[in-house]
Design a protein around this ligand. Structure first.
Ligand code: BDR
Ligand code: CA
Length: 321
């Protein structure tokens, strides 16, 4: 039985790749995309999500508008990283499928409460929607099967401030609510995602596959690679979000520790920093598993093979993309 899944996302170039990887993974049954502010505005993200679903022939997956702003902090978008549209240089046609009229937070709550203990959530943007679901419906957190979070930098530098990762920096108060919610959490921080680099050679390899998906990946990641080159002197681009999806069904790609992790919200230089109590100084029980080591080429090979299979399947089904 495939794992039932909701992706909470701010698409975003690597979010789009995570959506494509999910569609390419028969181990996962994607039930909807709840959209949140982050890499681009929430409205732009909802547009991007639908455009990517249509590109992949998956317009039956519902998309829900979520929160436009962080809980407390002012909005912070990332056009320098993901481009003004959120998808780099990619130009996808305006989507035809509508946004579902329900709010993303209500979709999260209703789906989870309808099947307690069955729904996995992958949160690959700021955690505003998930935090609001926790606060709005006290029965939500105990009913979530598990929550895979791409976010945080535990023993690693930040990518938004010297200390903080983007998703936890943009809405640290939401991350605080989620980390303390009791939901079984798998944290996928920069410690592991920053080893997972899509190279220009990888993108060239994908161009041999049919449909419009390889061109979308080339156009979107070209912008992302320019960002990584200019700001971080990385050749290629880090694809953070897809790793979180892969770990749902291929956990052996990483090694983990169960620890207590918190996030700094007092507003100083460390705002949004995630920190782990490795030596049990706080005497608090672990609140999550944290991925701390990764076999990056295993993951990249899985990602490339799955995208190639998705392209082949879509071409066979008659979709040109
Ligand atoms: C996270 O922030 C965004 O840039 C990416 O989509 C990813 O979710 C990495 O810090
Ligand atoms: Ca993201």
């Amino acid at each position: 039985m495939p794992q039932r899944l909701i992706i909470d996302t701010d698409p975003g170039i690597d979010d789009a790749l995570a959506i494509l990887l999910t569609l390419a993974s028969s181990e996962l049954q994607l039930e909807g995309l709840s959209i949140v502010h982050g890499n681009c505005s929430m409205q732009q993200g909802a547009r991007n999500a639908r455009a990517v679903l249509e590109l992949a022939g998956a317009s039956h997956i519902p998309v829900f508008n979520g929160c436009e702003f962080p809980l407390v902090q002012p909005s912070l978008l990332a056009p320098e990283t993901h481009g003004n549209t959120g998808l780099g240089y990619a130009e996808l046609p305006d989507p035809v499928m509508p946004v579902d009229p329900r709010h993303a937070v209500d979709f999260l709550i209703e789906t989870v409460l309808a099947s307690p203990g069955e729904i996995t959530i992958a949160a690959i943007g700021p955690l505003t929607n998930v935090a609001l679901a926790i606060r709005k419906e006290p029965r939500f957190a105990p009913a979530v099967k598990d929550l895979f979070i791409m976010g945080g930098a535990v023993r690693y530098d930040g990518n938004t401030t010297p200390l903080a990762e983007f998703n936890t920096y943009v809405d640290p108060h939401a991350a605080h609510i989620v980390f303390h919610s009791g939901i079984p959490i798998m944290l996928v921080p920069l410690d592991v995602t920053y080893q997972c680099i899509l190279t220009p050679e990888d993108v060239t390899r994908l161009q041999a596959s049919p449909t419009g998906i390889p061109k979308f990946i080339a156009d979107s990641t070209r912008f992302y690679m320019e960002f990584h080159d200019e700001y971080q002197q990385i050749a290629g681009c880090v694809i953070n979000d897809p790793l979180a999806l892969a770990l749902i069904y291929r956990p052996e790609i990483c090694d983990y520790e169960e620890i207590f992790v918190d996030v700094e919200i007092s507003g100083g230089v460390a705002m949004g920093k995630t920190f782990g109590d490795f030596y049990k100084m706080t005497k608090r029980s672990p609140n999550m598993r944290v991925a701390l080591q990764v076999r990056p080429r295993d993951f990249m090979e899985l990602f490339l093979e799955r995208i190639e299979s998705l392209c082949q399947a879509q071409a066979t089904a008659g979709g040109s993309g």
